[in-house]
Design a protein around this ligand. Sequence first.
Ligand code: TRP
Length: 330
Amino acid sequence: MKKVLTGIKPTGYAHLGNYFGAIKPAIELSKNEDYECFYFIADYHALTTLKSKDEMKEYFYNIACTWLACGLDPNKVVFYRQSDIKEVFEINWILCNVTPKGLMNRAHAYKACVENNEQNNLDRDANINMGLYNYPILMAADILSFGTDLVPVGLDQKQHIEIARDIANAFNKKYENVFIMPDCYIQENARTLIGLDGRKMSKSYNNTIQLFTDEKELKKKINRIVTDSKLPGEPKDLDCTINKLYKLFVDDDKAKEFEQKLKDGLSWGEAKNMLFEVANNYIKPMREKFFYYMQHKDIVDEILKQGAVKAQKCAREYLQKVRKAIGVEN
Ligand code: TRP
């Protein structure tokens, strides 16, 4: 059985891009009997971004309840909170000692911050903490502590998986073959979503549609989608954001019908109403579950506690092998 592992950082409210790009494909994957899946909330990775204790609590439960509402089955998936697995952090430290500093200098996220500082005539390391700098090592620890084979992630995370492999190699070479080489798994059916302004849907562009906002807010957001100035009756470009979003919520036949209407000159106002209808129908049952879990956080805590027990069992085995390999345990 192949081990599949992925994490989501609780740094904001889950949006449609997270759902179609990561959560939905990960849940579909977990239904495959050939895979043993470990899905977790990367709360300690979020520390580099979060501004307060309240944000941590808020986003943590938002993401945890989102996974459950979207259909993650805790009996099939080992579902846990990163910070509950202390073994990962011990492995993290050990991995720090086989990781060349230069490798971290080349990590995209860190490099982007440095470049940004330089452009603004600041010290190159201004506002950069060691959490950000060491981020890829902790991510390697997340992955390697479980003997992960496959890591389903978006393209933006590909370099992190390559770094995890480099670190695993460095350890295996210096000591012995303890770590399994993880592979990046970029799923065919995972999609990059287009946001309200036509760019990639992302928190950093402030163009997202939250997955579980209420109906009114969903409608408002959909009405904000940028369109061209074609009038009712004029054929619309099928490459538009509304069409791209509409497709996600319906089967092929319905998608074709909608495209025909756009070609026949459906007004943007009507198109937005139709998009709202299908999106809302799709999201509604999940939204109800989401609010149920949000109101019963004790259930969520319990699910994660049980997940942590299973995850720890696995990580402990790895930690022991690592400790033996470096000579601190017999
Ligand atoms: N860095 C990932 C992201 O920003 C989150 C993450 C943390 C992760 N640890 C991981 C993803 C381990 C896959 C495997 O999306």
